[in-house]
Design a protein around this ligand. Structure first.
Ligand code: C5P
Length: 293
C-alpha cells in the first residue's frame, strides 16, 4: 500500500495588499516546500471515511482537513469510501501549512486511486474551497500565491538549502492574526518577485526578509518573540516568522546546531530541514513503508 509524504511549506515572502469585501486579505506571497513532512496511507473501502491519527495531537474527525478533502473528492468523483492513516509530525498552528498539505495530498492520492477522474483545474477548485493554502500544495516547490493565496503560479526552482524550523510550542490562529487591526499601507516589492520570475535568484535565503504578518505575531505571542530574538542574537543570518506563525525559520549560516536545542524542555522544538524543489518532491512523494525515512 503506498504511503504518501505530505510536505510542509514556509513563506519566504508575504505582502498583505489590503482587506477584501469578503473578509479575506489580498496577498502576494512566495511559498517554499521543505523536507519536514507527515505521512498518509490511504485505502479504498466500500463506504464511509475513516481517519486514524498518530503523532501530533489533531482530531481524526470531520474537523480535520484531510477528512474534508476526502469527503469533497468522494462527493464529486468517487463512490465508496476511504480509510486513511495520518502520521503527523508537522507542528499544528505553526504557519507550516500542515493541514492544507494533508488535504492536497489526499486529493492527489485519491485522484490516483480512482483512475484520475478529476481534471487538474477541477482539483484546484476543490482545493481552494478547502482553504487558501491548499492549491499551493498541488504545485509545491517555489511558487507565487496571489488572491487570498489560492491563485498559484510555479516559480523557477531554487537550489536546496538547509534551515531550521523552530516551533516555539504555541499555536497561532491565522484568523486572529489577520483580524488584529488594520494593516499599514503596503508598498509593493516588485523587484524581489521579478528577480524570482526571471530566475535571477538562486537561494531561498536570499528571498527571506518580508512578512507583513510578522510584527503582529511577535507582538501578540511573547513565546514567538523570545525564539525570534534568541535566534537573531545567536548570529543566525536570516530569521523570519513563516506565514502567520508560530514557527520561525532560520537559515543556519555557519552554526552546526540549533542554538535553541537547550530550550527543548520549555516546549521549543528545532527541526533541521532542507528546502525542496518540485523535482525532489516528485521523486519523494511516495514511500514504501510508514516506518522508512
Ligand atoms: O483560508 P483559510 O481557512 O486558511 O484562512 C483562515 C482564516 O485566515 C480566514 O478565515 C481569514 O480570517 C484569514 N485569512 C485572511 N486572508 C487570507 C487568508 C486567510 O484574512 N488571504
Amino acid at each position: 500500500m503506498p504511503v504518501f509524504r505530505s510536505f510542509a511549506k514556509i513563506n519566504l515572502h508575504l505582502e498583505v495588499l489590503g482587506r477584501r469585501p469578503d473578509g479575506f486579505h489580498e496577498l502576494r506571497t512566495v511559498f517554499q516546500s521543505v523536507s519536514l513532512h507527515d505521512r498518509i496511507t490511504l485505502e479504498r473501502t466500500a463506504a464511509a471515511i475513516e481517519l486514524e491519527v498518530r503523532g501530533e495531537p489533531v482530531p481524526g474527525d470531520r474537523t480535520n482537513l484531510a477528512w474534508r478533502a476526502a469527503e469533497a473528492f468522494l462527493e464529486r468523483w468517487g463512490d465508496g469510501g476511504v480509510a486513511m492513516r495520518l502520521d503527523k509530525r508537522i507542528p499544528v498552528g505553526g504557519g507550516l501549512g500542515g493541514g492544507s498539505s494533508n488535504a492536497a495530498t489526499v486529493l492527489l492520492a485519491l485522484r490516483g486511486l480512482f483512475g484520475e477522474p478529476a481534471a487538474p483545474e477541477e482539483l484546484v477548485e476543490t482545493a481552494a474551497a478547502l482553504g487558501s493554502d491548499v492549491p499551493y500544495f498541488l504545485v509545491g516547490g517555489t511558487a507565487l500565491g496571489t488572491g487570498r493565496g489560492e491563485r498559484v503560479t510555479a516559480l523557477p526552482d531554487l537550489v536546496e538549502e538547509r534551515l531550521w524550523i523552530v516551533d516555539p510550542g504555541v499555536r497561532v490562529s491565522t484568523r486572529e492574526v489577520f483580524a488584529a487591526g488594520p494593516f499599514a499601507r503596503s508598498v509593493p516589492d516588485d523587484e524581489r518577485i521579478e528577480r524570482l520570475r526571471r530566475g535571477e535568484t538562486r537561494r531561498p535565503s536570499e528571498v527571506l526578509g518580508r512578512n507583513d504578518l510578522e510584527s503582529r505575531v511577535l507582538r501578540r505571542y511573547p513565546q514567538v518573540e523570545a525564539v525570534y530574538t534568541a535566534l537573531v542574537q545567536s548570529g543566525v543570518e536570516r530569521v523570519g516568522v513563516t506565514g502567520s506563525g508560530a514557527a520561525v525559520c532560520a537559515f543556519a549560516g555557519r552554526l552546526d546546531e540549533c542554538p535553541l536545542n537547550a530550550l527543548a524542555s520549555s516546549g521549543v522544538r528545532c527541526f533541521d530541514v532542507t528546502t525542496l524543489s518540485r523535482r525532489s518532491i516528485a521523486s519523494r512523494q511516495t514511500v514504501d513503508s510508514v516506518e522508512g525515512p
